[in-house]
Write a protein that binds this ligand. Sequence first.
Ligand SMILES: NC(=O)c1ccc[n+]([C@@H]2O[C@H](COP(=O)([O-])OP(=O)(O)OC[C@H]3O[C@@H](n4cnc5c(N)ncnc54)[C@H](O)[C@@H]3O)[C@@H](O)[C@H]2O)c1
Length: 286
Amino acid sequence: MEATEIKQVGVVGCGIMGRGIAEVTACAGYTVTISDINQDIVKDGIKAIDASLDLAVRRQKLDKEAKAAALSRIAGTCELSDFGGCDLVIEAAVEDLALKKSIFRELDKVCPQNAILATNTSCLSIIDIASATGRMDRVLGLHFFNPVPLMKLLEIVRTIAVSEETMETARAFGKSIDKSVVIAPDMPGFIVNRLLMPFLTEAVRLVESGQATKEDIDRAVMLGLNHPMGPLKLADMVGLDTACFIAEAMYEETKDDRFAPPVLLRKMVSAGRHGRKTKKGFYDYA
Ligand SMILES: NC(=O)c1ccc[n+]([C@@H]2O[C@H](COP(=O)([O-])OP(=O)(O)OC[C@H]3O[C@@H](n4cnc5c(N)ncnc54)[C@H](O)[C@@H]3O)[C@@H](O)[C@H]2O)c1
């Protein structure tokens, strides 16, 4: 099959990640179609991209003309059938395997035969998602980090079925949007979360055991390992519900105790202490 030349990019999901991915992609000169489940969410998403681009202009990272040009390259829709002209689609809808599979099934029908389909999933199996399509050689993970315009890293997740040609196109795409690319395995947590989750959950276990205070754990990691923030502050920032969900998914897939969410983490989630976003987690943000 002919190599894919990427000109038009589709983004499914206009939430935190979808917006960021659409923004960096449009800034790099691609034409972008972004979708969500209703017009209001799409409008809000494009408004948020506009505000983020304004910030870039104020910080002198972008001039006004480039901002206007980037924004003019983004179109919103609620229909996946509008992705028919896309060479690459990046799915960033909510983290739900059945939903992602149904989106990929639909994209497989509407996108050109040589289009590449990517998912931004944090912890689901990429090959499970790819199996909903008839083009497993053209499906891979493109795992961005939040906030997308600021975070340099892009994990390109290689499945056992993806072709080298698709990997090469994805690598070139990552470079073209000014990301630093690493190749990660289609294993729970890829690279970053595979290392991060046992670290965060071990810090929670240490608090749970009563052997060290949260303040001492965070201070020890900041001063002893030179991390900008301790693991419990970081867990509050990621969201304790999100951290628990990712740990749970990694544990489910591997049955490896290193990834099992600690009881204290589950209880904090049940109590609605989700970290910064609920103003209470390991620390108080009221
Ligand atoms: N937030 C992060 O830090 C982060 C980092 C890396 C990866 N991810 C992954 O990115 C994906 C999106 O996360 P998010 O934080 O942007 O979530 P979010 O909740 O902010 O956005 C998800 C969006 O998907 C939309 N959506 C739901 N069903 C849809 C459908 N059928 N078609 C189109 N849109 C649909 C929702 O309405 C919502 O606007 C998830 O898979 C998540 O695991 C998140």
